[in-house]
Design a protein. Structure first.
Length: 255
């Protein structure tokens, strides 16, 4: 799966070294939720090395992608997620107990805490908190033009009635999408719950019971705050985390 355009050069610094020196994460505490976002094009020179960090299960999921570009980006998303968690815990990425449950949700073994991963065309985003649950979503702004077609599936009727006129309307729809997706991922139900069944204003605190489902996975967490984060001009990013937590967000860049 090595692309000739992305062969790792021996003259280049190692991926883990670059991450350690260029991506300084705030300390993880009981009072914060950590969020990071990466423009995957910046990390593509390390794609071959990134693949060595993946677990066997992650490699299998990568192999199921049909397009080479999708496989390369998923390799980077998985590797950067592992490096993100390793930096939080101050351990080697190979020691990160990152797995998935039967529903495909990331799990951290006996380390504790919760994490969330989102990847879109060209980007990946990660979140971690040691208290409560957390959800993350990232989408390319290129999707804005397609939002009008699914407006009724994304927005509650009341939200739809209050939306601005195009083209601002479509950007607001995409922002709604990422906030709601982050909330549903934090609760653990994904798109099993219809987005148009609840409101998700910027900064709103949503009760987790809004997403009643057999797949719920947020016992002990009664509410989550949803907010968008301005980490990259080309992407919209949102996080859902317990309202008492301080969200600290950084851009992961090798430059």
């Amino acid at each position: 799966m090595v692309s000739h355009a992305h062969v790792h050069s021996e003259a280049m610094p190692a991926l883990q070294e670059v991450f350690r020196h260029r991506c300084r994460l705030p300390p993880a505490t009981a009072g914060n939720a950590l969020v990071a976002m990466a423009d995957l094009s910046e990390w593509m020179p390390w794609r071959a090395e990134a693949e060595t960090l993946l677990s066997a299960a992650e490699r299998e999921r990568v192999a199921r992608k049909r397009r080479p570009q999708d496989r390369e980006q998923l390799i980077l998303a998985y590797a950067l997620h592992r490096l993100f968690l390793a930096a939080i815990w101050r351990i080697a990425p190979q020691e990160v107990p990152l797995g998935r449950d039967a529903e495909g949700r990331p799990r951290l073994g006996d380390r504790g805490g919760r994490t969330s991963l989102s990847h879109a065309a060209g980007a990946a985003a990660f979140a971690f908190c040691s208290e409560g649950v957390v959800g993350i979503d990232v989408e390319s702004r290129e999707r804005i033009g397609a939002m009008a077609e699914i407006a009724g599936q994304v927005a509650h009727p009341d939200e739809l009635a209050r939306l601005a006129m195009p083209p601002a309307r479509d950007e607001h729809l995409l922002a709604l999408w990422v906030r709601k997706e982050a909330f549903l991922k934090a609760v653990g139900v994904g798109l099993v719950c219809e987005m148009n069944g609840f409101h998700a204003a910027e900064g709103a605190v949503l009760e987790t019971r809004l997403a009643e489902s057999e797949y719920r996975d947020c016992e002990g967490t009664e509410a989550l705050r949803v907010q968008t984060l301005p980490l990259h001009a080309g992407f919209l990013l949102a996080v859902a985390a317990p309202p008492a937590l301080r969200v600290e967000a950084i851009r992961l860049s090798p430059h």
